[in-house]
Design a protein around this ligand. Structure first.
Ligand code: GLN
Length: 515
């Protein structure tokens, strides 16, 4: 190796496989199976709640929203525990075990709810088992999701030019896992029984755990705890610190379980936490930063807050959009008849197809000095997803039968995915680049907090679309309310997008040369 090449790869893992650090393949496979289980389960969740447990669309969507909010909030705690004590590798292992337990438990769903006159009768024991399963998944994702990305980052030295490419490959793993699971779990869940679908998600996660347990030796110590001795020290409760953290994880499962039971409180919980974080960061920017750093933090904060609008529309996929797909659309397309839950795979499919095109596009534009700035990309993302929902809600009014044309589902999934590609892959790197190194962890946590807020809002908004039907028709959407709400969120998102585009030149200035 020449001196400059050696300099470039300094700090990167030495063992390679197909041009990338060998650890990447382990992270790729683990996250592929984790997302397989996560998105497979999400694909059928709302249908399961309405068709098996006969929850009305209002309550089912609130549960969905609470779950989404908690799932994206928990990585803050999981990330902190890993940074401070466990290291990413142990945190991922622990998260994976919780996930196998959670998805596995979803496979036991007890008897279906039924109507006794006007009253819905549910088996409360199994409803509690269901909430416990969700709580295990929430905590499992909390320990796994952010930390496995940290392991990917740790495989590359600071100047390694392969880093971005590595993350793109990793993002492919995420979407390959989702693609296959939404097809398979959706089909099995809707055809043979929800519990079989959930069990397949659980088996997928079991593969993920096995891959990681077997493959962690290929990480060559990346993601190990910074101070392993500290983990052996006794904690105030007598256990060593490592086991104390695992016990604390059980406490988080219990807390998540309670939050799932009080789903309407999640929005306040996440919202207030978000406000507190923004205030702390603003205060920090005024009291501790020079002008350049301060203005960079402001840009990061604006974009962090704005992305919550994106997720509020994006996460309609697993909520109202799937109910709508089930109730209002002709699901035969190109000779294939889909299950409603399977249609969600269009998002992952479009990502796999379009991510390379977008990467090429950004490069081509950059060569001509035309690549939009990060704030502009966020603006476009909101504009695209907003326009998507406005046009889609108009399309819903064109045909008042429940045999609407599948092509409109293709359209909305395409718009959602295009927007995702403008915002999601750039988001995390934007946070790391714009924040002061000292508070980068806190900034990342705040990013996830606002993802959580948006995802929770998705459920809350969906819950307003219910027709109030119970029994066999539980989950039926009120079309007038749905069209109105889709138009409203579309206009809101597009409006915020335009505003960000107008502000983009100022924000670009505030970024002071960071791209
Ligand atoms: N689809 C991506 C994933 O599952 C992004 C999700 C998110 O950040 N909300 O990793």
């Amino acid at each position: 190796m020449s001196d400059t090449t050696e300099e470039m790869y300094k700090g990167s893992q030495e063992r390679n496989l197909m041009g990338h650090p060998i650890g990447l393949s382990i992270c790729f496979l683990t996250e592929m199976w984790e997302r397989f289980s996560y998105y497979g389960m999400r694909a059928i969740l709302i249908l399961y709640l309405t068709k098996y447990h006969l929850f009305g669309a209002d309550k089912a969507n609130m549960i969905y929203g609470a779950y989404m909010g908690m799932v994206y909030m928990m990585p803050i705690i999981g990330g902190y525990m890993a940074d401070r004590y466990l290291g990413s590798r142990k945190a991922v292992t622990y998260g994976a075990i919780l996930l196998v337990a959670g998805h596995g438990l979803m496979g036991f769903h007890g008897p279906a709810a039924y109507m006794d006159g006007d009253i819905v009768v549910r088996d409360e024991f199994y409803i509690n088992i269901f909430f416990l399963s969700l709580a295990l998944i929430i905590t499992g994702v909390g320990f796994l999701k952010a930390n496995i990305s940290t392991v990917v980052g740790a495989l590359y030295g600071p100047n390694d030019p392969r880093r971005d490419g590595g993350f793109s490959i990793f993002y492919m793993g995420i979407n390959l896992g989702s693609l296959f699971s939404m097809g398979l779990v959706g089909y099995v869940g809707e055809t043979y029984g929800w519990n079989y679908g959930f069990s397949i998600a659980g088996i997928g996660m079991f593969f993920g755990l096995c891959v990681f347990l077997w493959g962690q030796k290929y990480l060559d110590g990346r993601g190990d705890p910074a101070n392993p001795e500290v983990l052996k020290e006794k904690s105030p409760i007598g256990l060593n610190k490592e086991n104390t953290i695992y016990l604390f994880g059980m406490g988080l499962v219990a807390a998540s379980y309670i939050m799932m039971k009080y789903d309407e409180l999640v929005i306040q919980f996440v919202g207030i936490s978000g406000l507190i974080m923004v205030s702390i960061i603003l205060f920090y920017s005024f009291s501790q930063c020079e002008k350049e750093d301060r203005e960079r933090l402001w840009v990061a904060l604006i974009l962090i807050a704005v992305q919550s609008v994106f997720w509020a529309l994006f996460e309609q996929q697993g909520a109202s959009l799937t109910l709508l797909t089930d109730q209002q659309f002709n699901l035969t397309f190109l000779g294939i008849t889909f299950k409603a839950s399977q249609v969600q795979l269009l998002n992952a499919l479009f990502i796999v197809m379009l991510a390379p095109v977008m990467a090429w596009l950004w490069l081509a534009l950059a060569k001509r000095n035309l690549e939009p700035s990060t704030p502009a990309k966020f603006g476009y993302a909101l504009l695209i997803i907003g326009a998507g929902f406005i046009i889609f809600s108009w399309a819903l009014t064109l045909d008042d039968t429940s045999n609407k044309d599948f092509i409109w589902l293709v359209f909305i999934y395409l718009m959602v995915t295009l927007a995702e590609l403008f915002l999601s892959p750039v988001g995390l790197s934007m946070v790391t680049k714009l924040s002061v190194p000292k508070i980068v962890g806190m900034m990342m946590g705040t990013w996830f907090l606002f993802t959580a807020l948006g995802s929770n809002l998705a459920g809350v908004i969906s819950s307003l679309m219910g027709s109030g039907e119970h029994g066999a028709a539980a989950g039926t959407l009120d079309m007038a309310a749905t069209v109105e709400l889709y138009t409203m969120i579309g206009v809101f998102s597009a409006g915020v997008g335009l505003f960000i585009l107008l502000l983009a030149p100022i924000m670009k200035k505030w970024m002071h040369g960071v791209h």
